[in-house]
Design a protein around this ligand. Structure first.
Ligand SMILES: Nc1ncnc2c1ncn2[C@@H]1O[C@H](COP(=O)(O)OP(=O)(O)OP(=O)(O)O)[C@@H](O)[C@H]1O
Ligand SMILES: [Mg+2]
Length: 249
């Protein structure tokens, strides 16, 4: 049995007078893929952004406890928290540099690697994100010239470069074609050996293919949480049933 890597206890997030996350409680085990589902505006992105405290930079107030690897997040310095929990946004975030520099920048900045190690890690990241064959002869190309799917995989590679404990992905495939979506799903299944993954998607077929656990949210609350097969085969709550039926798989 793997151990808990994340415990969220009575999490509330408030903007001004509006509570957008209400009494959220869940735990995540190491090396599992957890999928967050729910209608637009229910708080999925806000939940991810709370876990690495980016929501506070947007003016949100966090109440409750988030415990990572047994340590309360209030006791973890911000930079270290963001190294432990990497967030990949829906729109790929790449630097206006070459492909190579996008990878090595984070490696040089966050790790004390020497040049030989940086080279080795760079190749490993490209292979992990299935970019290697596509870009190995063009590493000095401006990363802005990559396709959307390649940019998304590069931004995942950048996130992985600091070896986070938990990777959060917010709708990483929403703008991608089938080929890039399959690349990302295959990659996530492989990364599961080493990382704990939380992914938001509106694609139920994708959730079924890759998810070990489902968190289903509505209006800032968790409605149902459980193993993926159970959620899809025998949802317990009316809202979950309606959601599965409406989103249709
Ligand atoms: N910076 C902010 N200030 C005020 N309210 C916010 C802020 N960010 C999010 N909210 C509110 O929090 C609620 C949840 O938004 P969130 O973006 O987390 O939803 P979501 O489930 O990710 O939706 P989608 O599926 O469309 O991405 C919404 O009502 C939104 O208006
Ligand atoms: Mg969102």
């Amino acid at each position: 049995m793997e151990k808990d890597v994340l415990n969220v206890e009575n999490l509330n997030v408030i903007f001004g007078k509006k509570r957008i996350l209400k009494n959220i409680n869940f735990s995540i085990k190491e090396k599992e893929i957890t999928v967050i589902l729910g209608q637009s505006g229910c708080g999925k992105s806000s939940l991810l952004k709370s876990l690495n405290r980016i929501i506070e930079e947007e003016g949100g107030k966090i109440e409750g406890n988030i415990i990572i690897d047994g340590i309360n997040f209030n006791d973890i310095p911000l930079q270290s928290l963001r190294t432990k929990i990497g967030l990949v946004f829906q729109n790929p975030t790449i630097f206006p540099f070459s492909i190579e520099k996008n990878l090595t920048y984070a490696l040089k900045y966050h790790n004390n690697y020497d040049n030989k190690e940086i080279e080795k890690r760079k190749i490993e990241l490209l292979k992990q994100t299935k970019l290697y064959d596509e870009v190995k002869d063009n590493l000095h190309m401006f990363a802005g010239k990559l396709s959307g799917g390649q940019k998304q995989r590069l931004s995942i590679a950048r996130c992985l470069s600091v070896k986070p404990k938990i990777i959060l992905l917010d709708e990483p495939c929403s703008a991608l074609d089938v080929k890039n979506t399959m690349f990302i799903e295959e990659m996530l299944k492989e990364l599961k050996d080493k990382y704990t993954i939380v992914i938001v998607t509106h694609n139920l077929a994708q959730a079924k293919r890759i998810g070990d656990n489902i968190i289903f949210m509505d209006n800032g609350e968790i409605i149902e949480i459980g193993k993926s097969e159970e959620f899809f085969n025998s949802p317990k709550k009316t809202l979950s049933k309606e959601y599965i039926q409406y989103m249709g798989t």
